[in-house]
Design a protein around this ligand. Structure first.
Ligand code: BJ8
Length: 425
């Protein structure tokens, strides 16, 4: 797509070109300074780099074409919204969480400043007319996870899925009924009935995306990972924004190259620094600050626990049910196993973190908490109690998307590295 094509396209979908230029200039500068700063990147990352830029150009064109042909789409903000069901009804889910600092002030139009940057960024883009997807959707589907999200959906009149906050049988039943209600919602939107055959296909497709993500991330378990934490983060971010089939092909090329790198003894890192698990809030596209701060300070991020990490691809939907009811139950069960900190208690998250520490040979955990995200911030204390028992040090970083505190972070990361020093020698 030429530059002219892109500008025409953006204008067509109602984007304010002047502000959008500022947003893109800001995002591109950070992208070069963070993700692309890593040495020795696999050549196959080129697809993911171009997909980053495509999210505000050719991907917009693809979705516009799809809609011109009669396709429907919804905006989503959380990994609890089941892609399989939307796709089976011919509805394209477009994850819309923002990761850029540039638009946050534009959110002030409707929201207080002391809320999490993910929400401010997302709606800052919408309110500044720089989100190219604003007019490319038939509805927005929110969910009752954290307080700020719940109230934002109320304010903006979104469709809302009720995510229970506990995991008893009664909550599981409620969640299943919400998943069934979501099916009716998307069916009504598109006029397409979800059949067992169609749902079977989309379950397999979405599982395939999870499987390639699992395979890419399995390489990070190795003593000398052939892919950096920054690149692995970009792969996860792109999974949320791009066409599933094209994304899977991009991952397959990357996997092939990572196998070659292993054979040739090529590591993504120049030094074997401490192995870090980053836990906590998601880092949507545009935000790689904590990963960058860690890896440019000599630590290796070899695992991500967040929704832009394992929480997104860890569990598959059971593919064995043959009837529609069985498939709906399998989907509900899979999404109910997500260990978001909105749950009380949330012991699955602790178990998952401990298992990851073991499987990825983790030396230290870094809590990456977006400012004002109270559930992850407080839950970090519960995680730390479990870490203390196995003598794994942790560092809690509470920050937003801006780079103002980067030097402060470096100082704290350096002191944290001291605790991990025995492993560095
Ligand atoms: S399943 S983590 S995507 S809710 S960071 S908006 S929780 S105040 S993003 Fe999330 Fe779904 Fe959970 Fe994952 Fe609120 Fe926290 Fe902000 Fe958050």
């Amino acid at each position: 797509m030429t530059t002219m094509d892109t500008r025409e396209l953006l204008q067509k979908v109602g984007v304010n070109l002047e502000l959008h230029d500022q947003l893109i200039a800001y995002n591109n500068k950070l992208f070069e300074a963070t993700i692309r700063s890593a040495p020795n990147r696999p050549a196959a990352m080129e697809y993911f780099d171009s997909a980053f830029h495509a999210s505000h150009s050719s991907r917009v064109g693809e979705i516009l074409d799809y809609r011109t042909r009669g396709g429907k789409s919804i905006g989503t903000f959380c990994i609890y919204v089941p892609d399989e069901i939307a796709l089976a009804a011919g509805v394209l889910p477009i994850p819309l969480c923002g990761g850029s600092h540039w638009p946050v002030d534009y959110a002030d139009k409707m929201f207080p400043r002391d809320i999490c940057p993910l929400i401010r960024s997302t709606f800052g883009m919408a309110f500044s007319e720089t989100c190219p997807y604003k007019k490319l959707k038939d509805a927005s589907v929110g969910e009752t996870t954290c307080d700020v999200k719940k109230k934002a959906w109320d304010l903006l009149g979104f469709e809302v899925m009720e995510v229970p906050q506990k995991k008893a049988a009664v909550d599981r039943d409620l969640w299943l009924s919400e998943v069934i209600r979501f099916r009716s919602f998307v069916e009504k939107l598109s006029g397409i009935t979800v059949t067992a055959d169609r749902l079977k296909e989309t379950i397999k497709l979405v599982n395939k995306r999870r499987r390639v993500l699992q395979t890419v991330n399995d390489f990070r378990r190795l003593p000398n990972p052939p892919i950096s934490g920054l690149d692995a983060l970009l792969v996860s971010q792109i999974a949320l924004s791009q066409d599933i089939q094209i994304f899977i092909s991009g991952c397959e090329r990357l996997i092939e190259e990572l196998h070659q790198r292993i054979k040739q003894g090529i590591s993504a890192y120049q030094h074997a620094g401490p192995r870090i698990l980053v836990a906590g809030t998601p880092s949507p596209m545009g935000n790689a600050k904590v990963h960058y701060a860690l890896e440019s300070s000599g630590l290796r991020v070899v695992a991500d626990e967040s929704c832009t990490g394992m929480r997104y691809y860890r569990d598959l939907v059971d593919e064995s049910p043959a009837d529609l009811d069985g498939m709906m139950k399998a989907i509900a069960d899979r999404y109910f196993s997500i260990d978001c900190s909105c749950f009380s208690p949330n012991k699955e998250r602790i178990e998952n973190i401990l298992r990851t520490i073991d499987e990825y040979d983790i030396d230290g955990v870094v809590h990456n908490i977006l400012s004002f995200c109270h559930t992850y911030n407080v839950e970090a204390g519960i995680v730390d109690k479990a870490l203390a028992k196995i003598e794994i040090p942790s560092l809690k970083i509470v920050t937003d998307y801006s780079f103002e505190d980067i030097e402060q972070l470096r100082v704290r990361i350096e002191s944290f590295s001291e605790l991990l020093k025995p492993v560095m020698t």
